[in-house]
Design a protein around this ligand. Structure first.
Ligand SMILES: Nc1nc2c(c(=O)[nH]1)N[C@H]1C(S)=C(S)[C@@H](COP(=O)(O)O)O[C@H]1N2
Ligand SMILES: [Mo]
Length: 378
């Protein structure tokens, strides 16, 4: 604790801390600042090189968790390299009792939790407005790989906010990044206080790579990726609605159907086939796999069609089937040579399902209509 509230943290915590423990304090165990340059995209698809926007190669993911080397990446600016020794997280605003400043050790010394949480970019699928909707949308031309599931380890945002004392007048919580453009966006206080909303310092069992938000990022289950602010430096709890360019100008729905420009909040119910785009598969009995996800509850059904939507059948859903992650599914396909599309439609426990067509919005967000995935059997 750098300032304020020091008495709340029993010293004994230092001896009984959970979670990854730096070998000799912060600087020995954590990545040294400046030593980690941006990993090359490897098998990720480069949607944009500068700033880096890479798709996860869904066809290579065999399990529930997206390996870190495959995790999709979406930066608005270059990756900041932050020194954990000097880094501080400030918690302030009109709706806290007392501003607090925490350092990296303070965060690592708190009770930790780990959870499987999906992160999806609001723009994921944007290129499909052009491919299937007949009208290309401007912006990063994602296909369907702007989504990944990580095992995130961190601390509950509510516990961090409680150290500053949240007033009953609180409405919105601003999460602010330390990248060049100080990317910042609010979430409602009640979302911030949800136990699933965390400040994560580790991804898939290792400290965050710089590009995914080292030293600390938010993870907001069910909300599009822009809410999961990376490289956090400041959190402000305010007693009024907060506006930034990321909830008024970008990441809002614009167009004739949306005169009020509502901010994008949750992602859509969606599914994807774990095959490359324009896949070629050898004929024979094939197992085709994929993913389905919803921000509103468990996936209960995955329907598929191999004949342009005339006949539909149900895929097998694989366990574990955890809310706020994705559910894997598979189908057995006696594939004979020819050109096909695999159309998939996910449904969740609340009955939400994927539409046939996506209504237009000017910035091309939230494409979650069913997608005919092209496959050639040879
Ligand atoms: N500070 C900051 N946080 C950010 C961003 C950013 O550019 N700056 N990009 C956001 C967007 S649009 C998405 S989709 C997710 C992507 O997270 P990832 O790169 O770890 O996959 O981070 C979000 N958090
Ligand atoms: Mo995003």
């Amino acid at each position: 604790m750098v300032d304020g509230n020091g008495g709340d943290m029993p010293l004994g915590r230092h001896r009984s801390r959970q979670g990854p423990k730096p070998a000799e304090g912060v600087t020995a165990g954590a990545p040294a600042s400046g030593s980690s340059s941006l990993a090359p995209p490897g098998q990720r698809r480069v949607v944009s090189a500068t700033p880096p926007v890479y798709e996860a190669p869904l066809e290579l993911i065999q399990g529930l968790i997206t390996p870190t080397a495959f995790f999709f990446l979406r930066n608005h600016y270059s990756t900041p390299i932050i020194d954990p020794k000097t880094w501080r997280l400030r918690i302030e605003g009109s709706a806290v009792e007392r501003p607090v400043e925490l350092n990296y050790d303070d965060i690592l010394n708190m009770r930790s939790r780990s959870q499987l949480t999906l992160v999806e970019c609001a723009g994921n699928g944007r290129s499909l407005y052009g491919t299937f909707g007949g009208r290309p949308a401007p912006g990063a031309a994602w296909r369907l790989g702007g989504v990944s599931v990580g095992e995130w380890t961190g601390v509950s945002l509510a516990e961090v906010l409680n150290q500053a004392g949240v007033k009953s007048t609180g409405i919105d919580v601003l999460l602010e990044g330390e990248d060049e453009g100080e990317v910042a966006r609010p979430i409602p206080l009640k979302v911030a206080m949800d136990p699933g909303t965390i400040l994560a310092y580790a991804l898939n069992g290792e400290f965050l790579p710089p590009e995914h938000g080292f030293p600390l990022r938010a993870i907001v289950p069910g909300w599009t990726g822009i809410s999961s602010i990376k490289w956090l430096g400041r959190i402000a709890v305010e007693d009024r609605p907060i506006k930034t360019r990321y909830n008024t100008d970008q990441y809002v729905l614009k167009g004739p159907e949306y005169p009020d420009n509502p901010p994008v909040m949750h992602y859509g119910v969606k599914s994807a086939v774990a095959l490359s785009w324009n896949a070629t598969v050898p004929s024979g009995i094939r197992t085709v796999r994929g993913f389905a996800w919803s921000p509103y509850g468990r996936i209960t059904r995955l329907e598929y069609s191999l004949d342009e939507g005339k006949i539909w059948a149900e895929a097998r859903l694989l366990e574990p089937n955890t809310p706020f992650a994705w559910t894997r599914w598979e189908i057995t396909w006696p594939a004979s040579p020819g050109n096909y599309t695999i159309i998939t439609r996910a449904t969740d426990e609340a009955g939400n399902t994927q539409p046939d067509r996506m209504p237009w919005n000017d910035l091309g967000y939230l494409y979650h209509a069913v997608v005919p995935h092209p496959v050639q059997v040879v």
